[in-house]
Write a protein that binds this ligand. Structure first.
Ligand code: K7E
Ligand code: CUA
Length: 652
C-alpha cells in the first residue's frame, strides 16, 4: 500500500480539544472525546495514516453533494451508472438498451417505443454491450446537456437527456453488424460517431468468408445531432466505407484539429480465423504485422461530400464509398505499432496518444505533421484498397516508454498524461512535453480504461481519476466465481498519485466512463407544466387535469383519462370487457419535489413511474377476464398502501 507522508493536523487539533473538554468538570454531557475515539477506531480497525487520509478525502457528510458526476457504461447491463465523486456513491442507473422496472422503462409507456426502435433484424433485444459513454460538448468542453452511448454487440446509438436522466432516442443502422468506436462526439456535438469493429458485408447481406477482402467492410457512421431538439436526425446522417480491418476506438480532433477524426485498427492482416478448417486462429492471424493503421478522416470534408450527394444509400444510410473517400482526399492511413487500442487526443488538440496492447510505448502522433503530409500528398504507398499511407516516423512527435500493455490515456490539464497499463496493472503518469515517465501506481487488477475529471475536454480538471479495473480478485468479500469489477478512485492532485477508494461494480463490465463537474448539470426537479410527456415535446395532448378524469368507449377501444395525487387514482375503478384494447392516459398532477407515484397492473407487465407532473400513455389488451387490482408502487405517503384500484375485465 502506498502511504502518503502527510501528517494529520486535525488529529492533533482534536486531541487538544479533548484535553480541554476533559479538564472542564461541568462538561460530562458535552461533545464526546472525539480525538481519542477516532484514535481508538483507527487502532482497532488497524488503519494506516494513508487509509484515514483516503477516508477523509472521500467521505461526504449527510446532505453534502459530490463535486463530480461520473457516467460509467454498465457493460452487459446495457445501461449507465451515475456515480458521485469523490464519494463513489451510486446515484442512479440510467436505463438505456434494457428494460428497467423501477423507472418503468419498457413497462407500458412510450419508453417501450424508444426501446423498440433499437430492435435489429426483427429481433427484440433485451441486452446490450455498452462501452463508451460520451457527454455532449460545446467548444470541446462538456456542456452537461446530453449523453450518448453505443452497443458493441447490436450496433445502436442512444441519446440521454441530462435534464431528466432519461433515454429519449435509440437509432439502429443495419449498415453495421458490430461496433466499438462509439460513442464519440465532435467538439460541438454536430455528430455522434459510431464505428464498426468486426467487418461484415455492409447492410446486413450475406457473403462467404472467402470473399472477405472484396465483400466485407468497416464503416464509420456520423449521426447528425440536433442540439436544440436533443435528437439524432437520421436522414442527415452519413457514413464512410472503410477497409475490412477491425476498426477500434476513435476520437475527434479539437481546437486546431477540429474537423478530423482518428480511429485505430487491428487485424490489418484481414485474418478471419478458421481453427477447425486448418487456418490460424484469429488471435494469431491478426497479430502477424508489426504495424496496423491509424485511420485519419477529414469529417468536415466528408460532410461536404455527403451534402454534394456523392454517396450511395445502403440500408437507408448515405454512404461515401471508399473510392470516393480516396478521390476526395478525406481518408488517410498512418502505420501505428502492432495491435493498438486507445487513441486519445490531447487537450490542446495537437497530438494523438496511441497505446499498443503488445507494445511498451505510447506513441504520440502530431496532427499537424499528419495534415501536412496529407496536403503535400507525401505518401509512402497505398493499402490494397488504394488508401494513401503516410510515413510513421514523419507523423510522430515521439514515444514514451510506459510499461507492458498500455491501453488508454487521460489528461489533467497540467501537461500530464495518465495511461492505463493492462498487463502491468498500473496507471502510469507521464509528461506530454518531454515524454518522460513521472509516477506509477498499482491498480487491482488489470486496468482497462481510466477516467479523469473532465479528462476528454479541452480543459481537464486533474484532481481525480478512476482506474476501471477488469479483475477484482481479493479486493472484496467473495461472491462466487463471477466477480464484480473494481473502480479505484485515485487522487491525481499531487506530484505522486494516491489511491482513495475501491468500488465494486456488480452489473456488467463498464469499459469506459466520463467525469463532469457537477455544477455543469441542471437537472429538473419535476416535470412542468403538469402533463409533460418526457418522450414528446411539451404537454401531452391527452394530459389530464383534476376534475376532467373520465372513461370513454371509442372505435379503437376504451380510453381512460386518469390522474394520480396523494393518495388515490381517479378513476379508481376501470371496467372493460374481455378482449378490449385499453388506452390509459395517466397524469401525475403533483408538483411537489419527489412526490412520485407508480402504477402497477398485475398480470399485465405494466409498471409506470409517474414523477411529479409527468404524463404517460399505455396501450394494452385486456386478454383475460378477471379482477386485477392496480396500485401505486412508490411509497408516496402514509396512505400509500391505500392508493389502489380495480381493473375489472368482464367476460364476453
Ligand atoms: Cu478498452 Cu471497449 Cu474502450 Cu474495453 S475498450 S477496456
Ligand atoms: Cu402513490 Cu404510493
Amino acid at each position: 500500500m502506498t502511504t502518503r507522508s502527510r501528517s494529520l493536523p486535525w488529529l492533533c487539533v482534536a486531541t487538544v480539544a479533548v484535553a480541554a473538554s476533559c479538564g472542564d468538570p461541568g462538561s460530562s454531557a458535552a461533545p464526546s472525546a472525539l480525538g481519542s475515539d477516532v484514535r481508538s477506531i483507527v487502532a482497532e480497525r488497524n488503519l494506516s495514516e494513508a487509509d484515514v487520509q483516503a477516508a477523509v478525502q472521500t467521505y461526504m457528510p449527510t446532505g453534502r453533494h459530490d463535486d463530480y458526476y461520473t457516467f460509467a457504461s454498465g457493460g452487459h447491463g446495457g445501461n449507465i451508472i451515475v456515480i458521485g465523486v469523490p464519494s463513489m456513491r451510486i446515484l442512479k442507473y440510467i436505463a438505456v438498451f434494457t428494460p428497467e422496472p423501477w423507472q418503468g422503462y419498457g413497462y407500458g409507456d412510450e419508453s417501450g417505443d424508444v426501446l423498440k426502435a433499437g430492435d435489429r433484424a426483427g429481433t427484440t433485444l433485451t441486452w446490450a454491450d455498452t462501452h463508451h459513454p460520451a457527454l455532449s460538448e460545446s467548444g470541446g468542453d462538456y456542456d452537461g446537456r446530453y449523453l450518448f452511448i453505443g452497443d458493441k454487440a447490436n450496433p445502436r446509438m442512444a441519446v440521454i437527456d441530462l435534464r431528466d436522466f432519461m433515454t429519449k432516442q435509440i437509432v439502429a443502422s443495419e449498415l453495421l453488424q458490430s461496433e466499438h468506436g462509439a460513442a464519440f462526439v465532435t467538439p460541438d456535438t454536430d455528430y455522434v460517431i459510431e464505428t464498426s469493429q468486426y467487418p461484415a458485408p455492409l447492410g446486413g447481406r450475406f457473403a462467404p468468408l472467402e470473399q472477405f477482402d472484396t465483400e466485407y467492410r468497416g464503416a464509420m457512421i456520423f449521426w447528425k445531432f440536433d442540439k436544440e431538439k436533443g435528437r439524432i436526425v437520421e436522414d442527415q446522417s452519413f457514413a464512410i466505407e472503410l477497409p475490412p480491418y477491425m476498426q477500434d476506438l476513435a476520437d475527434a480532433g479539437k481546437k486546431g484539429s477540429d474537423g478530423w477524426v482518428f480511429c485505430n485498427s487491428i487485424n490489418t492482416e484481414r485474418a478471419w480465423g478458421g481453427i477447425l478448417e486448418g487456418k490460424p486462429s484469429l488471435e494469431s492471424g491478426s497479430t502477424q504485422n508489426d504495424m496496423d493503421y491509424l485511420h485519419c478522416i477529414n469529417w468536415r470534408k466528408a460532410e461536404q461530400v455527403a451534402k454534394a450527394g456523392k454517396t450511395e444509400t445502403i440500408a437507408k444510410m448515405r454512404v461515401i464509398r471508399m473510392q470516393t473517400a480516396i478521390d476526395e482526399g478525406l481518408l488517410y492511413l498512418v502505420p501505428e505499432p502492432k495491435s493498438p487500442h486507445g487513441v486519445d487526443i490531447t487537450p490542446d488538440g495537437e497530438d494523438i496518444v496511441v497505446g499498443g496492447k503488445l507494445d511498451t510505448h505510447c506513441t504520440v502522433f502530431s496532427i499537424a505533421k499528419i495534415r501536412a503530409l496529407a496536403e503535400q500528398k507525401k505518401f509512402i504507398g497505398r493499402d490494397p484498397y488504394g488508401i494513401p499511407i503516410l510515413d510513421f516516423k514523419e507523423s510522430i512527435r515521439g514515444q514514451c516508454e510506459i510499461g507492458l500493455g498500455p491501453l488508454h490515456t487521460q489528461f489533467d490539464g497540467q501537461g500530464n498524461a495518465y495511461t492505463s497499463v493492462f498487463i502491468e496493472s498500473v496507471v502510469a503518469k507521464w509528461s506530454l512535453k518531454d515524454l518522460k515517465l513521472i509516477d506509477k501506481i498499482d491498480t487491482h487488477f488489470n486496468i482497462g480504461h481510466l477516467c479523469a475529471a473532465e479528462g476528454d475536454t479541452v480543459s481537464p480538471d486533474g484532481k481525480y481519476l478512476i482506474a476501471m479495473n477488469k479483475w477484482a480478485l481479493d479486493r472484496f468479500a467473495p461472491v462466487g466465481p463471477l466477480l464484480p469489477q473494481n473502480f479505484q478512485l485515485v487522487d491525481i492532485g499531487g506530484q505522486k498519485m494516491t489511491r482513495l477508494y475501491d468500488m465494486p461494480i456488480p452489473l456488467g463490465e463498464p469499459h469506459y466512463a466520463q467525469m463532469i463537474k457537477a455544477d455543469k448539470l441542471k437537472p429538473i426537479e419535476v416535470y412542468s407544466p403538469i402533463g409533460t410527456n418526457p418522450f414528446h415535446e411539451g404537454v401531452d395532448k391527452d394530459a389530464v387535469t383534476a376534475g376532467k378524469e373520465r372513461i370513454e368507449r371509442k372505435d379503437d377501444g376504451v380510453h381512460v383519462w386518469m390522474t394520480t395525487v396523494r393518495s388515490h387514482f381517479t378513476p379508481d375503478i376501470v371496467r372493460v370487457k374481455e378482449g378490449d384494447v385499453v388506452h390509459l392516459h395517466v397524469t401525475n398532477v403533483e408538483q411537489a419535489h419527489d412526490a412520485t407515484h407508480g402504477l402497477a397492473i398485475g398480470s399485465h407487465n405494466i409498471n409506470l413511474s409517474l414523477e411529479p407532473g409527468k404524463h404517460s400513455n399505455v396501450v394494452f389488451t385486456a386478454k383475460r377476464a378477471g379482477v386485477y387490482p392496480f396500485y401505486c408502487t412508490e411509497f408516496c405517503s402514509a396512505l400509500h398502501l391505500e392508493m389502489a384500484g380495480y381493473l375489472l375485465v368482464e367476460p364476453r
